[in-house]
Design a protein around this ligand. Structure first.
Ligand SMILES: NC(=O)c1ccc[n+]([C@@H]2O[C@H](COP(=O)([O-])OP(=O)(O)OC[C@H]3O[C@@H](n4cnc5c(N)ncnc54)[C@H](O)[C@@H]3O)[C@@H](O)[C@H]2O)c1
Length: 322
């Protein structure tokens, strides 16, 4: 429906009191409509949590993952390869991208292509799209994964690091999506996935700029999803925004996280949850799933109560203490 949604109550020349009554009646009528449509949708969502829907088939399809030379990106590439997808591995570190490709070809027997690209560069991303469509073919699933993870307080972060974090974590997602979306719309199919973080829905005091960058990714993906719906592309082009908790991808991350309240996720487990969520066309994927509900529940409360939850349940103050 999107752009076809219109108020059925046209303004008419009436007395001010009648106008107010008409407005109120319209509002009540719209509310009844919202409830009658939402209740079955809500029931369906609960059923889907209890009985997960079937995974879509991606055998023979092309999945492009940025930052897949290492960490989570590489683990997701292996997960997609397990399901018969061909991979395009994009990384600023070409050696790492080629290592991932060699492993995919050797151990999973799928086609894999490596490209050296700094995804924070508009020009390099523009050239990448032409290069991929010319030499590999159309992309079915785009995964914006490349990111810079960093823990520090704002006053300790220097200008260069802040710029890099915003460029890689935010601008790259916009550049990649902007360029690939055009081709997906022309082809009338595609799936755009962006890896944000739990720090993108729950402000993390130990990583102020990182948390800011990931909130931007969630905002971008939310707006994009609604844009596609408004333009009538929602059934052809899917979106997923992913919010994982801490993952043991790199030693500097596990070294910093001395006392995470709920442990640290393994890279393989996180990749599996994400790929399954994508294959179920889930618009928001939180790993672990119930952490997303926890954050929403917490946000119902006033700030002071949220701080009590942070202090006694999340114990964020001791995250980095010996
Ligand atoms: N590790 C965590 O605890 C955690 C938690 C939640 C979300 N995430 C998110 O998951 C994603 C992957 O993180 P990770 O832990 O696997 O990181 P990682 O450092 O292990 O891997 C990131 C990869 O991205 C590449 N890269 C960095 N900048 C790039 C650029 N400008 N252009 C192209 N490639 C670039 C790197 O070379 C590397 O191969 C990130 O977006 C991160 O924010 C990580």
């Amino acid at each position: 429906m999107g752009s076809q949604v219109q108020s059925e109550c046209e303004p008419a020349k009436r007395s001010p009191l009648l106008n107010v009554i008409a407005e109120v009646l319209c509002m009540v009528f719209d509310l009844v409509k919202v409830l009658s449509i939402s209740i079955p949708l809500l029931t369906l969502s609960v059923v889907k949590i209890l009985v997960p829907s079937k995974l879509k088939n991606v055998r023979g399809q092309t999945v492009l993952i940025t930052g897949a030379g290492n960490g989570l990106g590489k683990a997701m590439a292996l997960e997609f390869a397990n399901r018969g997808s061909n991979l395009v591995i994009v990384d600023v570190d070409l050696e790492a991208a080629e290592r991932t490709c060699a492993e995919l070809r050797r151990e999973r027997s799928v086609a894999a292509h490596a490209f050296r690209v700094d995804v924070s560069s508009y020009e390099q991303v523009e050239a990448l799209v032409d290069n991929v469509y010319k030499n590999v073919g159309p992309v079915d699933v785009l995964i914006n994964n490349a990111g810079v993870v960093g823990f520090n307080f704002l006053q300790d972060a220097d200008e260069a690091n802040i710029n890099r974090m915003i460029d890689v974590n935010v601008k790259s997602v916009i550049w990649m999506t902007k360029h690939f979306l055009k081709r997906m719309i022309e082809r009338k199919r595609g799936h755009i996935v962006s890896i944000s973080s739990l720090a993108g829905i729950h402000p993390l005091p130990w990583a102020t700029v990182y948390s800011t960058s990931k909130h931007a990714v969630n905002g971008f993906m939310g707006a994009l999803t609604e844009q596609l719906r408004l333009q009538g592309h929602a059934d052809e082009i899917r979106t997923s925004c992913v919010n994982p908790y801490y993952i043991s991808t790199r030693k500097d991350i596990t070294d910093f996280l001395k006392k995470p309240r709920f442990g640290i996720l393994t890279t393989e487990y996180t990749a599996k949850c994400i790929v399954e969520g994508v294959l179920r066309n889930e618009a928001t994927i939180t790993v672990p799933r119930f952490f997303g509900l926890g954050v929403k529940f917490m946000q119902l409360f006033p700030t002071r109560v949220q701080q009590v939850i942070r202090d006694y349940i999340l114990r964020e103050y001791e995250l980095n203490s010996a």
